[in-house]
Write a protein that binds this ligand. Structure first.
Ligand code: NAD
Length: 419
C-alpha cells in the first residue's frame, strides 16, 4: 500500500501500512508507527521507549521486523511548528497508519481548551481504554500485598460525562435546558450548570464485548461490570443490564454469571468458564483493596474507569509504571497514563516505564509477542536489581538511581538473549 506524507514530513522509506480486518490489525513486518513525543517529560521518555523497543525487536527478529517510527505533532510542538495544537494531518496520519504512540499532553483544568487526549479518543472513535495493571517486584507500594493485583481495566472512552455536553450556569443553553427539564418534572435552582451523562446500548455493548473477548483470549477467569446503577438507573444501571444480556446472547457457552454460579453450579465454577459478575462502584474500591486477587477484568464506563485506573495503579506503585491503550476498530493509540510532570521536564530523570509498557501493548497488538515478553522481562529484571529512576529510587532503600537515558541503557543491557 502506498504511504503518504503528513504535516509535510515524508514517512520512513521502506515502511508499510497496518490495515484492519474485523477490528483486528494486520501488521506488516515494517509497520509505520506515528509517534507524538508529548509535552513536559514526553520527549525524554519517548526517546527511551523507542530505543528499548528497537533493541527488543532486533533481538527477537533480527532484520526481519522493525518498527518504522514516524513523528507527528500535537499540543506544544504542533503549536510551535504549525500554529495549531491538533493539526488535521496528525489525526489523518493516525487514521492512515492505524496506530500511534504518544507521550503526555498538557490540559488546563476548568478553563481553556478541551483535553487533546479526549479529542483524539472521540474523533478516532477509540472506544475502549485498556489498562493492564500488575505489580513489578521491588517497586515500593502503599499496600501490603501489591503482588495480588493483576487486573485489566476496560474503560468506555467516548460517552458518559466525557461526551462534552456541558453548559455554564449562566448560558442561554443551560436556561433552555432547565426549562425543558422542569417541564419534565425536574427541580433545580436558577444558577445550575448542566452536564449531560449519555450512555448508549451500542457503546456499552461494544466495550463489554471487548472485555469479555479479552478474558477469553488471555485465559482470564473473571469479568466484572462496575457501575453505580443503584443510583443512575438508566445509564449505569442499563450498562449492567445490557452487559448480562450481551453475555447471554453472544457468550453463553463461555460465561457463568454469579447468579447461575449459585443457582445452577452449587458455587463451584465449571472448568474453563469465565465468571461474569457486577459490583457497585463504591463497593468495588473496597474490593480492590481488600481482595484484588478475586478480580481480573473490569468493564466500566468512562468516569468510573478514570477513577479506577488511577486507584488500582496506585496500589502497584503509581502512575510512572502503568501503561494504557485507546483502541477502536480501525486505529489505536498507545499512551503513557501519567501527565507531563512539567517540573521534571528536561532533567533526564523521568521514569519511562508507563510509555514503554504501553509500547509493549502495541507489540502485543501487532502479535509480536516475543519482543513484548522480552521488554516485560527486562523491566522485571532491571527493577528487580534495584536499578531504577529517581521517582522509585527515592522510595527504595539501597537502590541505584539512574537517569532516564541510563535506565534505558540498563533495560537494553538486561534484555533476555532468548525469548
Ligand atoms: P502528572 O502525572 O504530570 O504528575 C503527577 C506527579 O507524578 C508529579 O509529582 C510528577 O512529577 C510525577 N510523575 C508523573 N509521571 C512521572 C514519570 N514518568 N516519572 C517520574 N515522575 C512522574 O500529573 P498532573 O501534575 O496532574 O498533570 C500535569 C499535566 O499533565 C496537566 O496538564 C494534565 O492535564 C496533563 N495530563 C496529561 C495526561 C495525558 O496526556 N494522558 C494524563 C494526565 C495528566
Amino acid at each position: 500500500m502506498e504511504t503518504r506524507s503528513f504535516n509535510g514530513v515524508a514517512p520512513p522509506a521502506g515502511g508499510q501500512t497496518i490495515t484492519f480486518t474485523n477490528g483486528q490489525p494486520v501488521t506488516p513486518d515494517k509497520p509505520i508507527v506515528p509517534y507524538i513525543n508529548g509535552d513536559g517529560i514526553g520527549p525524554e521518555i519517548s526517546i527511551a521507549t523507542r530505543r528499548v523497543i528497537d533493541a527488543a525487536v532486533k533481538n527477537a527478529y533480527g532484520d526481519k521486523r522493525q518498527v518504522m517510527w514516524y513523528e507527528i505533532f500535537a499540543s506544544e510542538a504542533a503549536t510551535a511548528k504549525f500554529g495549531t495544537p491538533l493539526p488535521a494531518d496528525t489525526l489523518d496520519a493516525i487514521r492512515a497508519y492505524g496506530v500511534a504512540i504518544k507521550g503526555p499532553l498538557t490540559t488546563p483544568t476548568g478553563e481553556g481548551h478541551r483535553s487533546y487526549n479526549v479529542q483524539l479518543r472521540q474523533t478516532l472513535d477509540l472506544y475502549r481504554c485498556v489498562r493492564p495493571i500488575r505489580y513489578y517486584t521491588g517497586v515500593p507500594s502503599v499496600v501490603k500485598k501489591p503482588e495480588n493485583v493483576n487486573i485489566v481495566i476496560f474503560r468506555e472512552n467516548t460517552e458518559d460525562v466525557y461526551a462534552g455536553i456541558e453548559y455554564a450556569y449562566d448560558s442561554p443553553e443551560a436556561a433552555k435546558l432547565r426549562g425543558v427539564l422542569r417541564e419534565l418534572g425536574a427541580q433545580m435552582r436558577d444558577d445550575t450548570g448542566i452536564g449531560i451523562k449519555i450512555m448508549s446500548r451500542f457503546g456499552s455493548e461494544r466495550l463489554i464485548r471487548a472485555a469479555i473477548q479479552h478474558a477469553i483470549d488471555k485465559g482470564l477467569k473473571v469479568v466484572t461490570l462496575v457501575h453505580k446503577g443503584n443510583i443512575q438507573k438508566f445509564t449505569e444501571g442499563a450498562f449492567q443490564k445490557w452487559g448480562y444480556e450481551l453475555a447471554a446472547k453472544e457468550f453463553a457457552d463461555k460465561i457463568v454469571t454469579e447468579a447461575d454460579l449459585w443457582a445452577k453450579h452449587n458455587g463451584k465454577m465449571p472448568e474453563g468458564k469465565i465468571l461474569l459478575n457486577d459490583r457497585i462502584a463504591d463497593a468495588m474500591f473496597f474490593e480492590l483493596l481488600a481482595r484484588p486477587q478475586q478480580y481480573s477484568v473490569l468493564a466500566t464506563m468512562n468516569l468510573n474507569g478514570d477513577y479506577f485506573s488511577d486507584a488500582v495503579a496506585a496500589q502497584v506503585g503509581g502512575l510512572g509504571i502503568a501503561p494504557g491503550a485507546n483502541i477502536g476498530d480501525s486505529s489505536a493509540i498507545f499512551e503513557a497514563t501519567h501527565g507531563t510532570a512539567a517540573r521534571l521536564a528536561g532533567l533526564n530523570v523521568a521514569n519511562p516505564c508507563s510509555l514503554l509498557l504501553s509500547a509493549v501493548m502495541m507489540l502485543e497488538f501487532f502479535g509480536w509477542t516475543e519482543a513484548a515478553k522480552a521488554v516485560v522481562k527486562t523491566v522485571e529484571t532491571t527493577i528487580g536489581k534495584a536499578t531504577v529512576t529517581a521517582d522509585l529510587a527515592d522510595l527504595m532503600p539501597g537502590s541505584t538511581s539512574l537517569s532516564t537515558s541510563a535506565f534505558a541503557d540498563a533495560l537494553i543491557a538486561n534484555l533476555p538473549t532468548e525469548s
